[in-house]
Design a protein around this ligand. Structure first.
Ligand SMILES: Cc1cc2nc3c(=O)[nH]c(=O)nc-3n(C[C@H](O)[C@H](O)[C@H](O)COP(=O)(O)OP(=O)(O)OC[C@H]3O[C@@H](n4cnc5c(N)ncnc54)[C@H](O)[C@@H]3O)c2cc1C
Length: 264
């Protein structure tokens, strides 16, 4: 690791001020990605601004049909929340299947979506549930938040404060996971609501995205059989030591079918 200055702040205003004064600052949440990235010398920020002391960034609130999860809320808390379990059970289940207990107790929803790892689970839910990402500056639609591999719509000094999800009539998330890390080789989140069917796909391509072809088929016929005729473009798939592009394209359909069956 390189030398850096560590700052613990207790308000969003102080976090933003510290970031604006820093030469090359970075916010840190649970450090689950940030610290390994620094240890591997893939990042060398001048200042680390720790969001862990900002109380208002943690917690879960239900207001009517909307569930709002503070950015610093860790995955274990989301998984264990009776509010999330009853409002959007698929989201609680997703959080409970992230990594291992250590990761779930340190990793946060804000850190996960800000990092936008192509294999992360939450982005599929944010897209499919039409979530809103709330920041200190604005509200960003889930569909517009993830802009590319490890890239988001966030500005340098923008802090995610919370993520708001709407309840759905039915929702399910299925992932084919890497057996070591549990990151998604492919994960598919299917939501059925009054607005129709929405599908969020992660792991398959460099950035999580809506499965528009799958949505079209499922809006016509909400059944696993409807997925059979959908063509998944192999050339857009990720390929690495874990799975070829062809295998990932196949997994997108299999995970979608399983999610549709779990919704029914
Ligand atoms: C061994 C291992 C296994 C894992 N398995 C899975 C898995 O199965 N599925 C999965 O989805 N994920 C998995 N993860 C990722 C993990 O769940 C974390 O969500 C992720 O690493 C981000 O960590 P963090 O929340 O501690 O954020 P940090 O590492 O602290 O920060 C990550 C990035 O987000 C930025 N950031 C953090 N909070 C905010 C905020 N509020 N506003 C703006 N920017 C912010 C930081 O500046 C940094 O760039 C795994 C991680 C590890 C180490």
């Amino acid at each position: 690791m390189y030398n850096f200055s560590y700052q613990k702040v207790s308000s969003i205003a102080d976090a933003v001020e510290a970031m604006q004064k820093a030469e090359d600052g970075k916010f840190v949440a649970g450090g689950q990605t940030m610290l390994p990235t620094m240890k591997h010398r893939l990042a060398s920020p001048s200042d680390i601004i720790d969001l862990g002391g900002i109380d208002e960034l943690s917690g879960i609130n239900v207001d009517g049909d909307t569930v709002t999860i503070g950015a610093m809320t860790n995955h274990a808390a989301v998984a264990a929340s009776s509010d999330v379990q009853s409002a959007i059970p698929a989201l609680a289940k997703l959080a409970g299947n992230i990594g291992d207990p250590a990761v779930r107790n340190r990793g946060t929803i804000g850190g996960s979506i800000a990092n936008n790892d192509p294999a992360a689970d939450y982005p599929a839910a944010v897209i499919a549930l039409g979530a809103t990402v709330n920041t200190n500056k604005r509200q960003i639609a889930g569909d517009e938040f993830f802009t590319g591999m490890f890239e988001t719509a966030l500005e340098e000094d923008e802090v995610i404060t919370s993520v708001s999800f709407s309840k759905a009539d039915a929702a399910a998330y299925m992932k084919f996971e890497n057996p070591a890390s549990r990151y998604a080789i492919v994960g598919v989140f299917v939501v059925k609501s009054g607005d129709g069917v929405k599908v969020g796909v992660t792991g398959a391509t460099p950035c999580a995205h809506r499965g528009m072809r799958l949505e079209e088929a499922l809006n016509g016929n909400f059944s696993a059989d409807a997925v059979d005729g959908v063509e998944i473009p192999v050339e857009k798939m990720n390929a690495d030591i874990h799975a070829s592009a062809e295998y990932r394209a196949h997994l997108v359909k299999v995970m979608t079918k399983r999610a549709v069956e779990a919704c029914s």
